[in-house]
Write a protein that binds this ligand. Structure first.
Ligand code: AGP
Length: 611
């Protein structure tokens, strides 16, 4: 993970770099650092453990000033969060770098460099890169050539920003695997892990491709591809700066983003629904022709996005009769599967930069085993959208809280649309398409109604403050909803939580149930409600306390050991989307009561760009 930012300008850049880091904190926040070249051609560096605020505070006492610089916010991979492991890393006061990614062969490079007399001051994989560059400069190479030579030795993933006291007018950027974007200003150029970092200073961007290497000066920019050939990359204008990424009246981004869901869903639906059909909203060549011949679907994702994929597999198989498999990307990418015909490969991702998901996509592109690749993603111009044949965007707006909320519900919306589009493309079941369209139109209102339970759920969450474990139950397409509820709770409140299909309880987990174990169940009145009720009785008779989210028709009786929050009546097809809301709120309030860092939970980062 980690976020990097860099700038070369005719004005002091430290504030620009710090603002960039604040906007990249979602990528990691265990330490931060900045290095600038001073007027005296020295590299001045400052680093601090903790969030960017700690670095900002340190810089108030001892400022660093210069017109060219690099900065970094870290998510530790190699070496604990500590000042000596924070970036930028330096070699002999001559070169400084920031790095996002993982160097797989760092251990052998470290030994070689040590044998050559280099002293290591950190436990990171990154430090080998800066010493390699310095070594090549000592042999007489220019800064750009030394960086080129150094990266020839690297195995793994990197996005790099490099400056040197020997070449005070040059900023080097390079990308392989990890994302990196250039921001173009007037007589100034910026680099960043994403455009958010640079939106305060520019709206013109170049998305670098894998293997790109850039030599950036105040008045020139040269980009070379993997083969060393100079290339021109398209400049994209972004209006993302118009979207606000502030908390408004809310205490946390997560709370704001939970409440934004009706609007996010509305934006995702905007212009895509006809009277009784869906508009052709998949981007990419021959999209509908491809959908018409799909015989099987393979969904790949991580974390919350994986849960959205699981829910979609119920919908896809029930409504389109197309077999659908769902797998987490980190497993799929290393597994051999028998070849199958006409498989649509679907990746799901909020960020579009998740390393495992990207690697899975890369794998199927290389072996040519899929009919086509489609990504469902929240970030236009992300690596996944650029690398996939087709894309279907969620339009949730920027999601800042590490815990994914509105990205999940808008993914589900788009997945339901995909069900309808597949049926349309195949000329099948217009009545199902019509039902999907009509139900989707009702969704924003139903989400509003679910959000009205906010206060009641806040009250319920008080029961969880002292808990150390929790079990989440669901059946059918509510089982992945329960999985998502458990992930949310563990992620932000640090309570150990697991989800089970309710029918599986008696095969083991029932042994965990006693009066200390809260059992949370999502219980809309679907065809499986009676089965679920029997499972819940098994819990009650063993002293477990129940926390249920159910509609009136489910007829759940509240008592001292059974807390019921009454949910709005929803069409069965929409229940997984609507029942996600109370679970998000339950996790949110539990975390608030426990005093955890809701938007930046420990050890996590928003965008997981390392394997
Ligand atoms: C969810 O709350 C998570 N923070 C995490 O599981 C996330 O969904 C996962 O890392 C995948 O991210 P993506 O959707 O950006 O690919």
């Amino acid at each position: 993970m980690c976020g990097i930012v860099g700038a070369i300008a005719q004005r002091p850049v430290t504030e620009i770099l710090l603002e960039g880091l604040r906007r990249l904190e979602y990528r990691g926040y265990d330490s931060a650092g900045v290095a600038v070249l001073t007027g005296q051609q020295e590299i001045n560096r400052s680093r601090a453990v903790g969030k960017v605020a700690a670095l900002t505070e340190k810089l108030q006492d001892s400022p660093v000033v210069g017109n060219i610089g690099i900065a970094h916010t870290r998510w530790a991979t190699h070496g604990i969060p500590a000042e000596h492991n924070a970036h930028p890393h330096m070699s002999n006061g001559r070169v400084a770098i920031v790095h996002n990614g993982i160097i797989e062969n760092y251990a052998e490079l470290r030994e070689e460099l040590k044998a050559k007399g280099y002293q290591f001051t950190s436990d990171t994989d990154t430090e080998v890169i800066v010493h390699l560059i310095e070594m090549h400069m000592t042999f007489g190479l220019s800064l750009p050539d030394a960086v080129r030579k150094a990266i020839e030795n690297l195995r793994g993933a990197y996005a790099l920003g490099v400056i040197s006291a020997d070449d005070p007018d040059t900023l080097i950027a390079a990308r392989q695997g990890s994302p990196l974007v250039l921001g173009l200003g007037l007589g100034e150029t910026f680099i960043g892990s994403d455009i958010q970092a640079m939106l305060p200073v520019t709206s013109r961007f170049i998305y670098l491709e894998n293997g790109d290497f850039c030599v950036i000066k105040r008045d020139s920019l040269h980009i070379f591809d993997l083969s060393g050939k100079e290339v021109t990359r398209e400049i994209k204008e972004s209006n993302a700066g118009m979207c606000t990424a502030d908390m408004g009246e809310y205490r946390h981004f997560m709370h704001k983003e939970i409440f934004e869901q009706p609007v996010a869903v509305q934006s995702t639906l905007e212009g895509r629904l006809g009277v009784d059909n869906l508009k052709h909203c998949v981007t990419g060549d021959n999209a509908m022709d491809i959908l018409a011949v799909v015989e099987e679907i393979q969904i790949i994702a991580c974390g919350t996005s994986y849960h959205a994929g699981l829910i979609a597999s119920y919908w896809l198989e029930e409504m389109t009769n197309i077999p659908c498999s769902v797998e987490v990307a980190s497993e799929f990418r290393y597994r051999r599967r028998p070849p199958r015909d006409n498989v649509l490969f679907v990746t799901l991702s909020q960020s579009g930069e998740t390393a495992d998901t990207l690697a899975a996509l890369e794998k199927v592109k290389q072996d040519g085993s899929m009919l086509a690749t489609l990504t469902i993603c929240n970030v236009a111009e992300s690596s996944l959208t650029r690398e996939s044949d087709l894309s279907l965007m969620t339009l949730a707006g920027p999601e800042i809280g590490v815990a994914s909320t509105k990205a999940f519900t808008t993914q589900l919306v788009v997945l339901l649309m995909l069900v309808g589009l597949l049926l349309q493309a195949k000329g099948e079941s217009p009545e199902t398409v019509k039902a999907i369209v009509e139900n989707l139109k009702k969704l924003p209102i139903l989400l509003e109604q679910a959000l009205e339970k906010d206060k009641a759920i806040e009250h319920m969450a008080e029961d969880f403050i002292e808990k150390h474990n929790a079990l989440f139950l669901g059946r059918g397409d509510q089982y992945p909803v329960a999985m998502e509820g458990a992930l949310k709770l563990k992620e932000i409140s640090y309570i150990h939580a697991e989800a089970y299909p309710a029918g599986e309880l008696k095969h083991g987990p029932l042994a965990l149930v006693d009066n200390e174990m809260p059992i949370i169940a999502v219980a809309p009145n679907t065809g499986l409600i009676e089965k679920l009720k029997s499972n819940l009785e098994e819990v009650r008779s063993r002293g477990g306390k129940l926390y249920l989210f159910a509609d009136k028709a489910a007829a759940m009786q509240a008592d001292d050991d059974c807390y019921v929050i009454e949910m709005p009546e929803v069409p069965e097809i929409l229940a997984p989307i609507v029942y996600t809301i109370p679970l998000q709120l339950l996790s949110y309030y539990t975390a608030v009561f426990k005093g955890t860092d809701v938007d930046k939970p420990r050890n996590l980062a928003k965008s997981v760009t390392v394997e």
